[in-house]
Design a protein around this ligand. Structure first.
Ligand code: NAD
Length: 290
């Protein structure tokens, strides 16, 4: 397929490379010359204009920083420039309202569009093992699914436009709460005289077991290898977790709900980020309990 790929940063770079590896003709566009050069080295064709990249394509995939940028890219360069039969896939993490608004604008102009945010970080983007949660019509999902399969290990239809983003922020709110809970449990166990490895051996096979413990343990040297073993470098940055928690709280307000523990998690990550930890992996929040 001929696919335009817009936004070739930490995540998009690896995703576009996997589409090229799968045999697609990938037409890459980014504002950064470095990102374009890296995409070219991985088999993509470089364009210096987004509208031009969208000419004659079967699909457009985007992986951009936020909702305002997604709206402007789709309004200025995709809608009306990609052929009408093209399917549009926005994989960025953005607010539910903007995802629905852009999805509706695309549908009105005659396109099939899905919001397809991901679970998984840079390593999963490079390894083609992302999980995609997809919002859009059944027809849009069917068209998007094979493309997403070339970049991920799981592709799940979450319902109508915006539901992919809703699933993503609810999942990440749960992840933040789980990580803070795991950090608090390890810190408290240690204060009570338990060795962290012993607590892990017990809790990882007991009812406190969760992903933050057994796949991404925040204690260095305990559990499988994780960013904690690399001084909390790499992985999922605190700043990005905070972005998702802010989107979650924004969506909660719109929906008329007030998640109390989710709100507390946002406050804790806000303080951790403000203290200069934005670039550290989000599991580094355990160091607040040292
Ligand atoms: P990034 O900042 O590394 O990449 C974004 C890219 O978009 C950059 O290369 C930038 O130059 C480009 N860009 C910005 N404005 C543009 C425009 N108008 N036209 C074309 N290109 C433009 O960010 P990232 O880490 O790749 O994240 C991308 C998205 O994925 C975000 O929405 C983020 O929340 C989400 N996400 C990130 C991770 C992660 O671990 N990094 C995990 C899951 C989801």
């Amino acid at each position: 397929m001929k696919i335009a790929f817009i936004g070739l940063g930490n995540m998009g770079g690896g995703m576009a490379a996997n589409l090229a590896k799968a045999g697609h003709d990938v037409r890459a566009f980014d504002l950064s010359a470095d990102a374009l050069a890296a995409a070219e080295a991985k088999g993509c064709t470089v364009f210096h204009d987004a509208q031009e990249a969208c000419e004659g394509v079967d699909a457009v995939v985007s992986m951009l920083p936020n909702g305002a940028i997604v709206r402007s890219v789709y309004t200025d360069s995709v809608i009306g420039h990609a052929p009408k039969g093209a399917v549009l896939l926005d994989c960025s993490t953005i607010d539910v309202a903007t995802a629905r608004e852009v999805g509706q604008a695309a549908a009105k102009a005659g396109y099939l569009m899905v919001d397809a945010p991901v679970s998984g970080g840079i390593a999963a983007a490079e390894g083609g093992t992302l999980t995609f949660m997809v919002g859009g019509t059944e027809e849009g999902f069917k068209r998007a699914e094979p493309i997403l399969n070339d970049m991920g290990k799981a592709v799940i239809h979450a319902g109508d436009a915006g539901n992919g983003q809703a699933a993503k922020i609810c999942n990440n709110m749960l992840l933040a709460v789980q990580m803070i809970g795991t950090a608090e449990a390890f810190a408290m166990a240690q204060k009570l005289g338990l060795d962290p490895q012993t607590f892990y051996d017990i809790s990882s096979v007991s009812s406190g077991q969760c992903w933050s413990m057994t796949s991404y343990c925040p204690v260095p040297g305990v559990g499988p290898k994780s960013p904690a073993d690399n001084d909390y470098q790499g992985g999922f940055a605190t700043g990005l977790m905070l972005k998702d928690l802010r989107l979650a709280m924004e969506a909660a307000e719109t929906a008329g709900v007030a998640p109390r523990i989710g709100g507390m998690a946002k406050e804790l990550y806000e303080a951790f980020d403000a203290a200069g930890n934005g670039a550290r992996d989000f599991s580094a929040i355990i160091t607040e309990y040292d």
